[in-house]
Write a protein that binds this ligand. Sequence first.
Ligand SMILES: [Zn+2]
Length: 289
Amino acid sequence: MRAEVRPLVLSVVAAGVLSVGGLAWLARDVFGSQATAVSRPSLLELLEEVRQAPPSGAPRRPAPMPPAPLAWSSPLERACPAADWGLRRRLMALLQTLPRETRRIPTDPSNFGERFRQDAFGNRVDPTPRVVVLHETVFGLDSAINTFITPHPRDEDQVSYHTLIGQKGEVVQVLDPAKRAFGAGNSAFNGLWVVTNPKVGGSINNFALHLSLETPLDGENEAPSHSGYTTQQYDAMAVVLADWMRRYRISASHITTHRHVDLGSERADPRSFDWTQLGSRLAALGLHC
Ligand SMILES: [Zn+2]
């Protein structure tokens, strides 16, 4: 009954017919003879119903908080590299060519989702990306690509990053940054997570961007370190990050690692990551210091 009433109220209010006489006519006309003095909502109620946002489906409940935050102290903030004009020229040239050379793959929809605007408890959440998580991909680019384009019906098998970077600096866009990649499981960053599925706990995926570097051959194991990443990988990564940082106003201090955000203490990636290499490139691009 109230749902049937609303369109007329909306149309009259929208037309600006807000005189007392107009409202009296509206009340009489809408409710007709079946309305009684007991059940009839007041005109104020009708007006306020018009002004209110439509009720959301689920009743709101407070979402659980992540465990006590382990504050992120960015290694980038410990040094401010001097300007390197040669490096800047090289990266500026790459900024021009990389978008054309980026490979886009048909990631299967089972391996990613849309960013949520509401958590599992009916609370509004901000889906804007505001943290970048770095990873490494241990068994090669082709193996990772194959994983992302393969359908995975089981929740626990579904995985994706936004971007992969091969050892030769090849950039593979797995997902548009607007999508929600399944890059981290139970995770938090600076005391923030979003619970979209209470069965798996909270995660940063709703507000994260995930980038993974292909591991060198000597890292295809569980050793704590390896020979590290190539110059081409650091160059390409800086160019991809520059785009994300400018697009979403993400500061260098919000670039972190899977190891840091993982609440299960099971992830160690990216191993042997050289923050000074990233810092000098972000400084050259005017995004750090
Ligand atoms: Zn990872």
